[in-house]
Design a protein around this ligand. Structure first.
Ligand code: ADP
Ligand code: MG
Length: 707
């Protein structure tokens, strides 16, 4: 019988082709999927009262016999009113619906009906207005429908996408609930008992048609628990696996460390020193490091990573340093190489458009040559894009993998770099990110990774003055940009695509975004800033063209750079002091903060303007957070509060179930599930005594991409 649950719904007579098609849009393909399609809230229609007791503005359910029913055309207002009169022995009350003339068919006088909803005063008489309704008995038939679906109870409200109404979903889900007894419960008994959780069967029923609000809440808790518990089991198993792995030991070379620090044009901040020391200690062990270096934009993570790479090289080991874009890879290469070359450490750059090694001439070599030099161990530090994880790249002795802007990489790409080295050894992993992951999220989603924080900014950095501006403020900002440019500064103007269309593919959207940015560049050049030079940067440009524009901007041959959202990541232009972001409400706080981080890197005061078209309260709150907070850490916590964890970088991409995502903020539940998972894993790491759990975990592993 379990087959019924997993059968495609088109094989079940009960569903017509139209229903199958609609459900497919919600990714509902089986009866099981339907049963796991949960309401997001309940309408409380459980307050059943006599008509005589009804008062205005109360939310009530009344049941009675239909006395009369009719459609009334109101020509003046081009409206059809469906009006019925019912009575229950204590009194009579009217009910009206607007513009749904077809309802009349259902309202046969003589039938029993329940009405649930709001009661208003109309022409001095009480009246239900657009209530939920349910026929509970037919004229001349003494049988009464025992259980109601739409009225007289806690009524489930489902996310109504693609024209699927809650009413319809209730009708199809209710009869399926009799199959729930056949679904085996993956949660072990003792865990349910210890954590006071209901059985799967009752939880499923209570989730859809709860008897009380408490039971609904408990059911929801159970499913949240289950999702997080599976996630924690998954983490626990991965951790065990990781503990068995061996990494190359990189002993601390103090002399080299001193030489490196001495060669820097600045002094490291306290946080940078601390982070470097933590990394050095990790690398000296024979267990693979799994450390995330979190630091705000401009806090100086690169130099810390470079130091780790330098120490690996001084021990004869190789480092792979991966960055998400070509420009960024190149900038890293250009910064790091001259420094390390002083110590005779050879560096190389590999992107899909070029292969280069650093010597006096910045020699370009063929890709094949490059690959040879990596395999022979001649190039000690290999910097590049995901070109580094191509199949044909072999390292001689990779000891350290550095991933810059780690959230920009897919989890598979991150894993791939660790598979590069000699057999049996796993390199140490240092990930870097400027979008901080709140601690509960980090621990849950990325397991027990170690964190190094750089909270302290290099000396002399000024706060960036940030301002939310309505469209009317635009001209004032243009004037301001003019005065800044006349002082010798430069400005970024970021233009996202304003029109939004879910129907368009990402490619088409990008094309439109570019077109919009181009138009804006032309407009600015002709109408606003005829005296200045304006460049355009977008994602479709060839890497060479991008680099050309970036270097023109860097060399001050351009005054203003109009950009699509590509400008987001890592590049350093110290002379740019203005970041103007059009349509700021279209971006998440993390992205906005990243944009803002493009300025404020030099000695001059910098500014960030957030242009927004009549934003909602929610976006306004978000943007306000940006106005007041300078640190990405504060912002991350705010973002988590305001948007919930689902929008968090990396969380949605990891493919976690919605309920798990929503529960990640529940620190107590996270802790409970963690403890429960830990206990089971320590006793039975392969879950041999829990076959159902094992299956459930295997399914989870297939769906998710965290490893
Ligand atoms: P991010 O953490 O955003 O990757 P970067 O590593 O690109 O930041 O550093 C930003 C800028 O700050 C670079 O130009 C870098 O040379 C400079 N920098 C890094 N550390 C310091 C420091 N301790 N003092 C002064 N400048 C520093
Ligand atoms: Mg960086």
């Amino acid at each position: 019988m379990v087959q019924i649950l997993d059968a495609p719904i088109q094989n079940i007579k009960y569903f017509g082709p139209a229903a199958v098609k609609k459900l497919a849009k919600l990714k509902i393909k089986t009866v099981r999927d339907l049963l796991y399609h949960f309401p997001f809230r309940y309408e409380d229609f459980s307050n059943f009262i006599s008509i005589a007791d009804i008062k205005t503005d109360c939310q009530a359910t009344a049941g009675g016999k239909i006395l009369s029913a009719k459609n009334i055309n109101i020509f003046r207002r081009r409206m059809v009113l469906t009006e019925i009169l019912i009575e229950d022995g204590t009194g009579e009350i009217k009910s009206v619906w607007f513009n749904q003339p077809y309802l009349l068919n259902q309202f046969q006088p003589g039938n029993q009906i329940n009405l649930s909803g709001k009661v208003v005063l109309s022409k001095k008489r009480l009246c239900f207005s657009n209530p939920a309704y349910e026929i509970t008995g037919r004229d001349g038939d003494s049988r009464r429908q025992k259980e109601t679906l739409h009225t007289g109870r806690l009524v489930p409200v489902y996310p109504e996408t693609y024209g699927l109404t809650s009413r319809w979903l209730r009708l199809i889900i209710k009869p399926l609930l009799r199959f729930v007894a056949q679904i085996p419960d993956p949660l072990p008994k003792e865990i349910k008992k210890d954590n006071n959780l209901p059985d799967l069967n009752s939880a499923l029923s209570q989730m859809h048609f709860p008897e009380t609000a408490e039971k609904a809440a408990l059911a929801k808790k159970r499913f949240a628990f289950e999702e997080l518990f599976i996630l924690q089991l998954f983490m626990g198993q991965s951790r065990l696996k990781l503990q068995k792995q061996k990494a190359p030991e990189v002993p601390f070379d103090e002399k080299m460390a001193k030489k490196f620090v001495g060669a820097l044009p600045f002094e490291l901040t306290g946080d940078q020193k601390k982070a470097a020391w933590q990394i050095i200690q990790d690398m000296s062990k024979n267990r693979p490091m799994n450390r995330l270096l979190e630091g705000d934009v401009g806090s100086g993570k690169t130099v810390v990573a470079a130091m780790a790479a330098c120490l690996a090289a001084s021990n004869g080991y190789q480092t792979a340093f991966m960055a998400p874009t070509e420009i960024l890879s190149r900038q890293h290469f250009e910064k790091i190489s001259p420094l390390l070359n002083k110590f005779n450490i050879a560096t190389g750059l590999l992107t899909s458009s070029e292969a280069k090694i650093f010597n006096d001439k910045g020699e370009k070599i063929s890709k094949n040559k490059f690959i040879e030099k990596v395999a022979s161990g001649e190039i000690k530090i290999v910097i590049g894009t995901h070109s580094l994880i191509q199949k044909n790249i072999r390292f001689k002795n990779l000891a350290l993998a550095i991933i810059d802007e780690q959230h920009r990489f897919g989890v598979n790409q991150r894993a791939e770099i660790l598979r590069r080295p000699a057999p049996q050894l796993v390199p140490h992993l240092l990930s870097m990110s400027a979008t901080p992951i709140p601690r509960t999220l980090g621990l849950t989603v990325w397991g027990d990774l170690d964190l190094s924080l750089i909270k302290e900014m290099p000396k002399g950095r000024k706060n960036i003055i940030t301002e939310i501006a309505p469209p009317e403020g635009r001209n004032r900002i243009y004037e301001f940009i003019k005065t800044e440019i006349k002082k010798g500064r430069q400005a970024f103007i970021v233009c996202p695509l304003i029109e939004e269309s879910k129907k368009l593919s990402e490619k088409l959207l990008e094309a439109r975004e570019i077109k919009a940015a181009k138009k804006e560049q032309e407009r600015l050049q002709e109408k606003i800033f005829p005296e200045f030079k304006i460049g355009l940067l977008h994602g479709r440009l060839k890497p060479k063209e991008k680099e050309k524009i970036m270097s023109e901007f860097l060399d001050k041959n351009l005054d203003i750079l109009v950009a699509t959202s590509v400008v987001e990541v890592g590049i350093d232009i110290p002379n740019a002091t203005i970041m103007m972001i059009e349509g700021a409400d279209r971006f998440g706080l993390a992205s906005l903060h990243q944009f803002r981080g493009r300025v404020g890197r030099g000695e001059h005061q910098s500014y960030c303007f957030l242009l927004t078209e009549s934003p909602s309260d929610k976006t306004n709150r978000r943007l306000k957070a940006l106005e007041s907070a300078q640190s990405g850490f504060d912002l991350a916590e705010r973002d988590l509060e305001i948007r919930g964890p689902g929008d968090f970088t990396g969380v949605r991409q990891a493919g976690l179930p919605d309920l798990a995502i929503a529960s990640l903020t529940d620190a107590k539940l996270v802790e409970q599930t963690r403890a429960a998972a830990k206990e089971i894993i320590s006793r039975d790491p392969n879950l041999n005594a829990y076959p159902l759990l094992k299956t459930r975990l295997a399914e989870f592993r297939n769906k998710i991409h965290l490893e």
